[in-house]
Design a protein around this ligand. Structure first.
Ligand SMILES: [Zn+2]
Length: 181
């Protein structure tokens, strides 16, 4: 008999309005004093590189501007590729974590498979992060100093090798020595 509940639901309406006006403290503009300078690719570009400063091995032609551009572009697109690889791996990892958290009904094989794929996604993400760091350093050297110079013996790494492995920091000989250790 006490049928008074039919009119409910009107109360929800008033919750909407309050959002429109922001209290005065909302100076939410870019108060970012330090973050901006950390972008590794920086304001430079291939134009900032003087091809004449890049070392070559005896018998190699000097670097041309076109070759510098090509290599620079390659490094930039490698950065993009690695960043999206990392994003994808991280998304996959958090997806797998979510699955394993609410996966109460998993049998053991299932859970094991998920562990394995999580490990491999983690490994993938870590590798990609390493490569990303190396690529960023290579780009930094190209735009700054040291690109193409062996970090161990100080000789030219060689144009051909740098074009094949833009992230190389050692000449072939020093690399071979390092791997033998
Ligand atoms: Zn060397």
């Amino acid at each position: 008999m006490a049928e008074k509940g039919t009119g409910a639901g009107t109360a929800t309406k008033r919750a909407r309005k309050a959002v429109a006006v922001d209290p005065g403290e909302g100076t939410v503009t870019t108060t970012a004093p330090k973050t901006s300078k950390d972008t590794v690719t920086g304001p430079h570009g291939a134009e900032s590189v003087d091809p004449a400063t890049l070392p070559v091995r005896p018998g190699e032609e000097p670097w041309t501007r076109a070759e510098v551009h090509e290599l620079h572009d390659e490094l930039i697109s490698e950065l993009d590729r690695l960043r999206s690889e990392i994003d994808a791996a991280e998304a996959a990892i958090s997806g797998l974590m979510r699955d394993s958290n609410d996966g109460a009904g998993d049998d053991q094989v299932d859970a094991g498979t998920k562990n394995i794929s999580r490990e491999s996604e983690l490994a993938l993400a870590n590798n990609a992060r390493d490569s990303l760091a190396q690529t960023e350093r290579a780009l930094g050297r190209l735009e700054g100093v040291g690109f193409g110079t062996c970090e161990s013996c100080g000789q030219a790494i060689g144009k051909a090798r740098m074009q094949a492995f833009p992230r190389a920091t050692l000449c072939v000989q020093c690399k071979a020595k390092q791997e033998r250790r």
